[in-house]
Ligand binder design. Structure first.
Ligand code: NAG
Ligand code: NAG
Ligand code: NAG
Length: 465
């Protein structure tokens, strides 16, 4: 059975966590700091756990991406299923929906983490902002300097790191009249209608996937890649990252990257912080893993839509309209929207024609940043000019119907090294660490020789010890 008693236990634990998170909501946060998008893990996983009891009889036969894509009813889509290969890799990952930690005995992960720490990229003066990942900042904000020394995005929307060697965040499309289309929190089980809609409208998007969701809904995640969308990391368990330890921040990003590699076959080089909760410490760890930090310029607050949220549809429509009606003569935007549940996806489908009417272009982040090689694997994406001329599909997407899920070699450090350049002559933007001259904190990461020497030194040490 796909969902085990461990999942059920996790669901119960998460229901408790969710209660806890609500209890802290809104307390002591900076004046403009709203507690956002509280995922109700209870809802998704509880349903799955309940389903598990009956799934034996009803389980649909999802054996590859195509068989999932053909399911038309949401009940069928949300039936738990055994997917070839998943049970073999599950033990290599943290428990779904729990704070990620290094998996015991995972030498590959430890070596990557050691190398990042040794590189010196992580600023020592940026402290963890409270603990627990639930968003209670009451012990931090009263004394946090107004100068925002940590470049804490959610505090004053800082997107240009204050610490040397860190790349700026991606937060808006530079091209005028351009809507940057992004969806957080997938993959979930009710998205076929929405993904069909995107396909019919010749529309690609950037999708920020949660590692735990990908383990639970692997075929759904494969459809995202197969449909030509741009896949990024949205952490393992969707928590406030500035409240996690360095080790946990690393594990939340690393294991989501690894899940994407094992299940989709690609190495993601971009991530988005849940709640926009990122500072220079968290950014540095992401950059060490070769991931660009992606935030947003505008927020639909669609996750609050009823019935799972508390806002009526009209309030969300108003949010959309106030974003649509801004002046985009000199720049575009990047908008925060969610595929968290059927209602947020329905809302986007409702609003899409209006967005289309007001904007010259609606693009994924790859097009908006001319990022033609978002993965180191040999898939190429159209740049802005090609995308807006109608050549929207990436080339060389692996066939997900013949893809074998397995514990692949996930090499984020090699990727961080390969992408160590800024905007190239082809206009292509790198998302990895910048190549800087002199004693840059990223220098060690830009030198794969040094990194691999470090790895072998550690390996040698482990063998001796
Ligand atoms: C997945 O989608 C379903 C149906 O829209 C929703 O009830 C559930 O909360 C979602 N799960 C998660 C983890 O977001
Ligand atoms: C993308 O490339 C075009 C030229 O093809 C250029 O005009 C534009 O500024 C580039 N955008 C970015 C974000 O690099
Ligand atoms: C990379 O690191 C190696 C080993 O530390 C060193 O010999 C080499 O000069 C470095 N190369 C560059 C380009 O920094």
């Amino acid at each position: 059975m796909h969902f085990t008693s461990i999942t059920a236990a996790a669901a119960i634990a998460l229901a408790l966590v969710a209660g806890d998170a609500n209890a802290h909501m809104g307390k002591g946060v900076p004046h403009n700091f709203k507690v956002r998008e509280v995922i109700k893990p209870g809802s998704g996983i509880m349903t799955a756990a309940k389903r598990a009891a009956t799934a034996a009889a009803a389980a649909p036969s999802i054996t590859n991406e195509q068989s999932e894509e053909q399911l038309k009813s949401q009940t069928e889509e949300c039936e738990a299923y055994n997917y070839p290969g998943i049970s073999d890799i599950k033990a290599n990952f943290p428990t779904v929906w729990q704070t990620a930690e290094l998996v015991q005995g995972d030498t590959q992960a430890s070596q990557v983490w050691d190398s990042i720490q040794k590189s010196g990229i992580i600023p020592a003066d940026v402290k963890q902002k409270g603990t627990g990942g639930k968003g209670d900042f009451s012990s931090v904000t009263p004394t946090y300097p107004a100068s925002d020394p940590d470049c804490w995005y959610e505090y004053h929307k800082c997107v240009t790191p204050k610490h040397k060697g860190l790349n700026p965040d991606i937060w808006q499309c530079p091209e005028p009249e351009t809507w940057g289309l992004t969806f957080d929190d997938g993959p979930n089980c009710t998205h076929n209608k929405f993904y069909d809609f995107l396909k019919e409208n010749n529309q690609k998007a950037t999708l920020f996937y949660i590692g735990s969701n990908l383990l639970d809904w692997p075929a759904q995640g494969q459809r995202g890649l197969s449909d030509g969308h741009h896949i990024c990391v949205h952490t393992w368990s969707h928590q406030y990252m500035t409240q996690l330890t360095n080790d946990q921040v690393f594990a939340e990003l690393y294991y989501t990257g690894k899940a994407i590699k094992d299940i989709l076959g690609i190495t993601a080089r971009c991530w988005r912080p849940p709640y926009g909760d990122v500072d220079d410490r968290v950014r540095a760890i992401a950059q060490g893993l070769g991931m660009s930090t992606n935030v947003w310029s505008d927020d639909t607050e669609d996750w609050q839509i009823q019935p799972q949220g508390t806002l009526p549809t009209s309030a969300i429509v108003q949010n959309y309209n106030s974003i649509i009606n801004q002046n985009y003569d000199t720049h575009g935007n990047i908008v925060l929207t969610h595929e968290i549940n059927a209602d947020t996806m329905n809302e986007m489908m409702q609003m899409y024609p209006t967005i289309k009417k007001h904007f010259k272009n609606i693009v994924p982040i790859t097009a908006c940043m001319n990022e033609t090689n978002p993965y180191p694997e040999s898939i190429t994406f159209p740049n802005f000019a090609d995308y807006t001329a109608g050549k929207i599909s990436p080339a060389n997407i692996p066939d997900m119907n013949n893809f074998k899920i397995s514990s692949a070699t996930y090499s984020p450090l090699a990727v961080a090294t390969q992408t160590g350049s800024t905007v190239g002559s082809n206009g292509q933007l790198s998302t990895g660490p910048k190549k800087t001259s002199g004693a840059s904190p990223t220098a060690a990461l830009n030198n794969w020789t040094a990194v691999s020497c470090g790895i072998f030194a550690i390996l040698g040490f482990l063998l001796v010890a």
